[in-house]
Design a protein around this ligand. Structure first.
Ligand code: NOJ
Ligand code: CA
Length: 630
């Protein structure tokens, strides 16, 4: 792969290996090729931008060996990157296919820097990112971000991962990374039958860090919406009985401080209604949480509430106030227990008017419990072919009831929201929860790395908006390592069509000034523009609300203070806007003075320069309220 004269991926190997026949790759010759191109613009039902342009050239290469065995390589070149996949047509001997290895390799340029998390480890995708030379990497999850000595930025990932295994990048030789497919518990990587196609192997390419953020390559490589009318998929903001458990004020299990009670849910619903939040998430409502819930995968009921939680009563109470109950299914990794109850579980929520369910798959990597038809137990990976199928099963079963799914402990996002728009968000990185108990909590650079790594894959349910930044005191290591202004900015820098306001109602009511930004900020956008940034240092985004004229801006920095001069050339020409600016106070610092917040309103126009001073661990959030159209 060559870009502007720079070789970004040197000639690298391709191929597939099987359990019971010779590989596809070695010994094949190119017999013919076809070319095509596309330039079309399609519309997202919800998203970071409404309109997406898919503009690419395509080359399909047909390969054959002397025995007449065939496969194709389909390649697409976009302005913002390239992608390819293997396509294996139906042919004798491929009625049942066991892939034992995919040989795809990427040889990357010398002296590149990478931002990466380790692959195939117990904590799934929940690791702090490393910024190192390529030599430090053994295996890495994707998206992995690489900067070459020329300053070209590369993101290696995959698109449209269904009915196949995910891969980790495995450094086989210096700078040569292989797509190491996640195996089933029996060692086979993929069980399929021809015809089949692999997911797209993708390279996003840009001149600078920000260029990666303005690319829609992953979405463009996914299939169009398969669900038809999805007007029932509802972006929005939510609160929930959640952080209280993470900071140990409440419990998921039953007892004197059980969180999911009818009364507590109504209290959250009152708060939600007062400030215009759309939903209230309730975790710990169902039988199975008592004791060490991480080990309770066999015990969870997804239909039986604890006696102090009246699901009908709270759903009805919410409906009267215009607030929906948001459902929760924690599997603790026993997907068979979940699959057996799934229809009944979604029926119950559907009948209660629930439109969104958060799912959870807390289990160590390689510990997803699968019970086969003979009752034998097997343990699988979250990103293996089996579990990938189970995640999608939950999404399609939910779609039949007009329910959207927010998956925690998911498989990595590969853009399937385009095909299944009710797969509304997911976790898949260290989120806010780590600040309550993670060893270590998220450092100030974390969200400035996420923007250029995890978030290239798709929306993340990070759960921003913590206002009490030191729930265990300023001396505890379990602190949120940001300023208050940065918590607000995260609503703009982290894209998700659903965003939680994660803190307790009482902590919001003690800062109504800051809360106003969360009340105002939308979660669905007409357009999004990354304006400035460097991987791991800072990022500035501007987004225009869907169906409106207001713009929002979020800027966040790592541990370093930073001065940013933002030219407001995204605003509409000739129109006046009131900029409501929420910025770090003069002496703000995440460590010593995180609450210093200055709020100012001033009139601005297109072309004005807005100076923003970001404190160490700080940020700025701005709402540009549009004046009358010209
Ligand atoms: C892990 C999820 O990420 C978290 O949000 C949730 O509270 C717990 N699992 C319990 O389901
Ligand atoms: Ca989690």
């Amino acid at each position: 792969v060559t870009r502007n004269g720079e070789v970004v991926v040197k000639e690298s190997r391709l191929g597939l290996r099987f359990a019971d026949q010779p590989e596809l790759g070695k010994g094949f010759t190119l017999v013919s090729e076809e070319r095509g191109r596309r330039d079309e613009t399609w519309e997202q039902p919800w998203g970071e931008r409404r309109l997406v342009r898919d503009h690419h050239e395509e080359l399909q290469l047909h390969f054959e060996d002397t025995n007449g065995r065939r496969f194709d390589l389909r390649v697409r070149a976009f302005d913002d990157g390239v992608a390819f996949r293997y396509e294996v047509p139906a042919q004798p001997g491929f009625e049942q296919v066991h892939i034992v290895d995919e040989l795809t390799e990427f040889e990357l340029p010398k002296d590149s820097t990478a931002w990466w998390i380790p692959g195939r480890r117990y904590n799934r995708y929940e690791y702090l990112y490393h910024a190192t030379g390529l030599g430090e990497i053994e295996t890495a999850h994707t998206p992995m971000t690489v900067r070459t000595p020329n300053g070209t930025h590369i993101s290696i990932h995959e698109a449209a991962l269904t009915d196949y295994a995910g891969f980790v990048l495995d450094q086989r030789r210096d700078r040569v990374f292989q797509t190491n497919l996640t195996p089933w518990s029996d060692g086979i990587r993929v069980k399929t039958a021809a015809p089949f196609k692999t997911p797209w192997r993708t390279l996003q390419l840009a001149d600078d860090a920000v260029g990666l953020l303005n690319s829609s390559l992953i979405l463009n490589l996914n299939e169009p919406n398969a669900l038809g009318d999805v007007s029932w998929v509802e972006p929005g903001k939510y609160v929930g009985i959640w952080w209280a458990m993470h900071i140990r004020n409440r419990t998921w299990g039953s007892g004197p401080i059980h969180g999911a009670t009818t009364a507590e849910t109504k209290r959250y619903m009152d708060f939600a209604a007062k400030y215009g939040f759309d939903g209230v998430l309730v975790e710990g409502w169902n039988i199975g949480w008592d004791g060490d819930w991480v080990q309770n995968g066999d015990l969870f009921s997804f239909t039986q509430p604890y006696p102090d939680f009246d699901i009908r009563a709270v759903a009805d109470y919410g409906r009267e106030k215009g607030v929906r109950l948001i459902g929760h299914h924690e599997t603790s990794g026993n997907v068979t227990n979940y699959a057996r109850q799934m229809d009944a579980a979604f029926d119950l929520y559907e009948s209660a008017g629930v439109r969104q369910v958060k799912t959870g798959y807390v289990a160590d990597g390689g510990n997803i419990k699968r019970v086969d038809e003979s009752g034998v137990v097997h343990y699988e990976w979250h990103d293996g072919q089996f579990t990938i199928g189970e995640y999608l099963r939950s999404v399609t079963a939910a779609a039949q009831r007009k329910i959207s799914i927010n998956t925690h402990e998911p498989v990595k996002d590969t853009g399937l929201r385009r095909t299944y728009p009710n797969w509304i968000s997911r976790e898949g990185a260290k989120g806010q929860e780590f600040n309550a108990w993670g060893n270590p909590p998220n450092p100030p650079e974390h969200e400035a790395i996420l923007a250029y790594t995890r978030l290239l894959a798709g929306p993340m349910d990070f759960t921003p908006g913590i206002f009490d930044l030191a729930p265990f005191g300023m001396d505890s290591i379990y602190r949120v390592q940001t300023t208050l202004a940065k918590q607000l900015a995260l609503y703009v820098t982290i894209y998700s069509p659903i965003q939680m306001a994660a803190d307790l109602p009482e902590n919001y009511e003690s800062r109504p000034d800051a809360l106003q930004f969360i009340v105002d900020v939308p979660t669905d956008w007409e357009e999004s523009i990354a304006l400035a940034g460097e991987v791991g240092d800072y990022v500035v985004f501007a987004r225009r609300e869907r169906g409106g004229d207001d713009w929002y801006l979020g800027a966040i920095t790592d541990e370093a203070a930073r001065q940013q001069e933002i030219t407001l050339d995204f605003l509409e020409d000739g129109r006046a806007y009131i900029a409501h600016i929420y910025r770090d106070g003069f002496h703000a610092n995440w460590k010593t003075n995180p609450y210093a917040l200055e709020i100012e309103a001033r009139e601005v126009r297109r072309g004005d320069v807005l100076p923003l001073r970001l404190a160490p661990g700080g940020g700025a959030a701005v709402r540009f309220e549009a004046g009358p159209a010209q």
